[in-house]
Design a protein around this ligand. Structure first.
Ligand SMILES: Cc1ncc(C[n+]2csc(CCOP(=O)(O)OP(=O)(O)O)c2C)c(N)n1
Length: 274
């Protein structure tokens, strides 16, 4: 297990490098929330989820919904690393006509199941997928990553209520709780705490973790899978911009990309010199 965790940590480091390089090239996109979510995305794609890059529409796959769709770079670097498309394509992020748009597009990108980006809607889509799979008697699981600022959208709580009502234990929501949104502190814009208490009150199984501790992430994903009779919310404490001190805990880097001056230092922080 120690080796597995070390492998995933190394993978996450490399994915962070890819995020920084991709966003530097595009000069458009979301840095902070991509770096905060990447450890969870990495654990899902390289440890937990059943999926097949050679056959993106494979029926036996688990489903993934990046509800905080602006963190698309985190998803794209994982999909590229899996082999859904060549890594060179990452350099086309946000280009007109590219299959890597600023927010996930299920029609354009192999491996993307749903279009997201309008905050608050992903958990409802994940609910529908989870319910549909259950009605079909399938074992597949559904994972959705949400932002804590996103929880200010009322639809999230309608979805939370419905998932508990239908006992959707094949559904797992991961909350990237980095405490910041586009305009600053989530607690000041519209306080959503306590996130854990809220999901618990809605009837969910709740697991609190450090969202950058790979051991805790995979243990929580295993617990979620084992839990029967209710959906699971993994409430992950994270750092916006994690891994690069220039961007850490700064709301100003929500939608700002590394510039030419910042790139070398950002890569140095991530142990990458090329
Ligand atoms: C319905 C909707 N309203 C506004 C936006 C613009 N927007 C994009 S990201 C963001 C802040 C999201 O904060 P959070 O969910 O905490 O994401 P993170 O900090 O993890 O990047 C906003 C308001 C949007 N994408 N969708």
């Amino acid at each position: 297990m120690k080796e597995k965790i070390a492998d995933l940590e190394e993978k996450a480091r490399r994915l962070r490098v890819a995020i920084v390089k991709t966003l530097h090239k595009s000069q458009s996109g979301h840095t902070g929330g991509s770096l905060s979510a990447i450890d969870m995305v990495c654990a899902l794609y390289f440890h937990k989820m059943r999926h097949n890059p050679a056959d993106p529409a494979w029926e036996g796959r688990d489903r993934f919904v990046l509800s905080k769709g602006h963190a698309a770079p985190a998803l794209y670097v994982a999909l590229a690393e899996c082999g859904y498309f060549p890594a060179e394509d990452l350099m086309m992020l946000r280009r007109l006509g590219s299959h890597l748009q600023g927010h996930p597009d299920s029609k354009g990108t192999p491996g993307v199941d749903v279009c997201t980006g309008s905050l608050g809607q992903g958990l409802s889509m994940a609910n529908g997928m989870a319910l549909g799979l259950k009605l079909d008697g399938k074992e597949n699981r559904v994972y959705a990553v949400l932002g804590d600022g996103e929880l200010q959208e009322g639809q999230v709580w309608e979805a939370a209520m419905a998932a508990a009502h239908y006992k959707s234990d094949n559904l797992c929501a991961l909350i990237d709780s980095n405490g910041l949104q586009i305009d600053g502190d989530v607690s000041k814009v519209m306080n959503v705490s306590s996130i854990s208490d809220k999901f618990r009150a809605f009837g969910w199984n709740v697991i609190d973790i450090d969202g950058h501790d790979m051991g805790q992430i995979i243990a929580a994903l295993d617990q979620a899978e084992a839990h029967k009779g209710a959906p699971t919310a993994i409430v992950a404490k994270t750092v916006k911009g994690k891994g690069v001190h220039l961007f850490e805990n700064k709301a100003s880097y929500h939608g700002v990309t590394p510039n030419d001056d910042e790139l070398p230092e950002a890569l140095r922080c991530l142990g990458c010199c090329d």
